[in-house]
Design a protein around this ligand. Structure first.
Ligand SMILES: N/C(=C\C=C\C(=O)O)C(=O)O
Length: 143
């Protein structure tokens, strides 16, 4: 890995599910790895009911949205950035038709009238049994 970026490992966000940091800083930009609605130190996913094989039986998208926004905030804060420094967010939903209206409403509540750029995509499956994952870029420092 190039040494001209600094690794960020959050102590509050959920543990990565593979070999990647929570974020990397390059100059005054902060690139976050994709993060979902999980809780650090537990396999529990807010609002999700799983069967014995770990397949999703049901989930509450509102609980997942609150959780994933909280995790993004944790990573930003542990990196020395903040929520209002987000500039670009890619949103992955596993069920656009069902979950987009709720997600879109909560997004507006979290960002009020100064939101970052956003791209929302539907994908078939995420690496963990979650319904939403965010990929974020923020600015940091240099002010
Ligand atoms: N970023 C990745 C997974 C994140 C999953 C989660 O936070 O639940 C990845 O595998 O690249």
């Amino acid at each position: 890995m190039s040494s001209d970026s600094a690794r960020v490992d959050s102590q509050k966000a959920p543990e990565p599910v593979g070999l990647y940091p929570h974020a990397r800083r390059v100059g005054n930009l902060l690139f976050l790895s994709g993060v979902g609605p999980r809780e650090r130190g537990t396999k529990k996913i807010p609002g999700v009911e799983l069967d014995a094989e770990g397949n999703i039986v049901s989930y509450d998208i509102e609980a997942q949205c609150h959780s994933v926004f909280r995790n993004v905030r944790y990573i930003l804060e542990d990196a020395g950035a903040s929520w209002d420094k987000l500039v670009d967010v890619t949103v992955y939903l596993t069920d656009m038709k069902k979950d987009f209206p709720t997600f879109n409403r909560l997004w507006a509540e979290y960002f009020k009238d100064n939101p970052p750029c956003r791209t929302t995509l539907e994908i078939n499956r995420l690496p963990t049994p979650i319904a939403i994952e965010l990929k974020c870029i923020a600015t940091i420092g240099g002010e």
